[in-house]
Design a protein around this ligand. Structure first.
Ligand SMILES: Nc1nc2c(ncn2[C@@H]2O[C@H](COP(=O)(O)OP(=O)(O)OP(=O)(O)O)[C@@H](O)[C@H]2O)c(=O)[nH]1
Ligand SMILES: [Mg+2]
Length: 300
C-alpha cells in the first residue's frame, strides 16, 4: 500500500471555560511550550496551534481563549467569538472542565457545541486536586447527562497524568488525510508572536489581578543577526496609573519582566537575545476595535 494513503490528519480543538487548563494541556500534548499559561483567568486571547506528528499520524491541536461571561469589552467579545468559532469544522473537540467544578458558564458553552459532526470528548482536568476520589464518579454522571460525549477522560495536565490515554483516544479517531504541516513543526505561531506572548506571560505573573486584562504586548522589531537576536517590544496598558505598576519602583519590575522573558526566549530561540521593552498607554484599548486590530486581535 502507498504510504501516502495511510496518512491520517486531524484537527482537535481544546474548548472550555477560562482557567481550566487548556493551554497547559496543549503544551503537554505537543511536549513543548507553544501557549502561555497562568493562574489568572483569560490568559489565552487568540486561537493557537500546536502540532504533533508521529509516524503516519498528524494531530493539529487548537488552543482557544477560555469562554467567560460577565465581561462586556470588545476584547472579551473577540475572545469568546474566537473560542466559539474554533468548535466548527474540526474533527474532534476536547471539552475541558475543572474536576468537581462545573458551573453555569461551562453549561452555557456546552450548549453551543453541536451534537453531530464533531466527536466531543469530556476531559476532566486537575484530578490531582481531588482529595476524595469517590467524588469524581458522581460528578462525571451529572455532566454526561448533559451531552452525548464520545469519551470521558480524567487527567492532570500539570502532573502529566493520563495524557497518553487521551492521545490514544484521539489517534483512534483521526481521519485519513494528507499531513498539513512539515513533520518537525510544533508551533503554529511565528517566533515574533511567541516572543510577545512570553513577555505578556512574565507581566501577568508579576502584576496584580486587574492589570493582566488591560495589558498587551506588541513586538516593534525582531532582528536576527549571526549570534544575536534583538527584540524591541512595547507593553501597552490603558491608563497612566497602570504604567507605574508595570515599571515598578526604580524600574525594578520591568527589569524583572525583561530578564525572565529574555532567559526564556534565549532557550526557545537557541540564541543570545537582547530584549528592550517600553511601556506605553493606549487609552481604553480593550474596548476600541481599531486598537484591538493594532494589538493583533484581528476582528473580521
Ligand atoms: N492542580 C492543577 N493545576 C492545573 C492543571 N492544569 C492546569 N493547571 C493550572 O491552572 C491554571 C490555568 O492554566 P491554563 O493552562 O493557563 O488554563 P487555560 O484554560 O488555558 O486558561 P485561559 O487561557 O485563561 O482560558 C494554571 O495555574 C495551571 O498551572 C492540573 O492538572 N492540575
Ligand atoms: Mg489558555
Amino acid at each position: 500500500m502507498n504510504s501516502s494513503q495511510t496518512k491520517k490528519t486531524g484537527m482537535v480543538s481544546l474548548i472550555g471555560k477560562t482557567n481550566v487548563g487548556k493551554s497547559t494541556l496543549l503544551n503537554q500534548l505537543v511536549e513543548q511550550k507553544v501557549s502561555i499559561t497562568s493562574r489568572k483567568p483569560q490568559t489565552t486571547r487568540q486561537r493557537l496551534l500546536g502540532i504533533k506528528t508521529e509516524g503516519s499520524n498528524q494531530i493539529i491541536y487548537v488552543d482557544t481563549p477560555g469562554f467567560h461571561q460577565g465581561h462586556k469589552r470588545a476584547l472579551n467579545k473577540f475572545m469568546n467569538k474566537t473560542a466559539l468559532s474554533s468548535i466548527e469544522g474540526v474533527d474532534i473537540v476536547l471539552f475541558v472542565v475543572d474536576a468537581l467544578n462545573f458551573s453555569p458558564t461551562d453549561e452555557h458553552l456546552l450548549n453551543r457545541v453541536p451534537t453531530k459532526d464533531n466527536q466531543v470528548m469530556l476531559v476532566i482536568n486537575k484530578i490531582d486536586k481531588v482529595a476524595k476520589k469517590e467524588k469524581l464518579m458522581p460528578f462525571v454522571e451529572e455532566v454526561i447527562k448533559l451531552f452525548p460525549f464520545s469519551e470521558v477522560i480524567p487527567i492532570s495536565a500539570l502532573k502529566r497524568k493520563n495524557i497518553d490515554i487521551l492521545e490514544k483516544e484521539i489517534t483512534k479517531r483521526l481521519p485519513v488525510g494528507a499531513h498539513l504541516y512539515p513533520e518537525d513543526q510544533i508551533a503554529g505561531s511565528s517566533e515574533r508572536f511567541l516572543a510577545s506572548e512570553i513577555i505578556r506571560e512574565k507581566c501577568i505573573s508579576r502584576v496584580g489581578d486587574e492589570i493582566p486584562y488591560r495589558l498587551s504586548v506588541v513586538i516593534d522589531s525582531f532582528k536576527e543577526e549571526d549570534k544575536l537576536i534583538t527584540i524591541d517590544g512595547t507593553i501597552y496598558i490603558e491608563k497612566e496609573s497602570q504604567k507605574g505598576i508595570v515599571i515598578g519602583e526604580q524600574g525594578k519590575r520591568l527589569k524583572a519582566i525583561g530578564t525572565a522573558a529574555r532567559k526564556e526566549l534565549e532557550g526557545m530561540l537557541d540564541n543570545k537575545v537582547m530584549l528592550r521593552l517600553w511601556v506605553k498607554v493606549k487609552k481604553d484599548w480593550t474596548n476600541d476595535r481599531s486598537a484591538l486590530n493594532f494589538m493583533g486581535y484581528k476582528i473580521v
